[in-house]
Design a protein. Structure first.
Length: 194
């Protein structure tokens, strides 16, 4: 549920980028941040560790228009991908209005993708969210790798509802990144009833 700031006439939506470690979550946000005009983007905060580019979160407010007289603000977060940060991942998902799952297309990452997606679903369910009715986008990143896993593999393996949007990307080059963020923002706003 978005946070309504009546004083500033703002609707604040929270979008979380979820996926296994080093799948491209932070790279997505860096590309989005670099390609937005300065007047609509906030400061991005990145915490690096030896094990993961993002320990806790990246924060990026985006101001994009109005709904019913309220400005829209999107707060974008990434979660750490490593399993030892499960408590942080669950905490960051709390209150999320939508999720982008960033899958790593390298064949050796399939099991990690599947485990991460299943963990995300369990965390969302703990907050009363059903992915069949929740704003979710699946992004197959690193499509430029050798022998990438086929689009549709994750959906088949986990019986993911067919209406969930799927994008192919190469986040390091910006391919598919803006399409992904546009779709999740659109779906989050569409899902919201003021």
């Amino acid at each position: 549920m978005p946070y309504l700031n009546y004083g500033d006439r703002e609707l604040n939506f929270k979008i979380v980028y979820f996926g296994p470690g080093m799948s491209g979550k932070t790279t997505n946000l860096i590309h989005v941040h670099r390609n937005l005009q300065e007047n609509i983007r906030g400061k991005m905060i990145t915490l690096d560790t030896a094990e993961e580019r993002t320990l806790f979160f990246d924060f990026l407010p985006l101001d994009l228009g109005r709904v019913s007289g309220f400005f829209l603000r999107f707060n974008l977060y990434t979660v750490p991908g490593q399993i030892q940060y499960e408590a942080s991942r669950q905490l960051i998902l709390d209150g999320a209005d939508g999720v982008v799952f960033v899958a790593d297309s390298q064949p050796q990452m399939l099991e990690r993708n599947l485990a991460s997606f299943e963990g995300m679903v369990l965390n969302l369910e703990s907050y009363g969210k059903d992915i069949a009715k929740y704003p979710l986008v699946l992004q197959y990143n690193k499509r430029d790798c050798e022998n990438p896993i086929s689009v549709g593999t994750i959906e088949r393996e986990l019986n993911i509802p067919s209406h969930i949007p799927v994008f192919e990307s190469v986040a390091s080059e910006g391919v598919g990144v803006m399409d992904t963020i546009h779709r999740i923002c659109t779906n989050v706003v569409r899902d919201f009833r003021l």
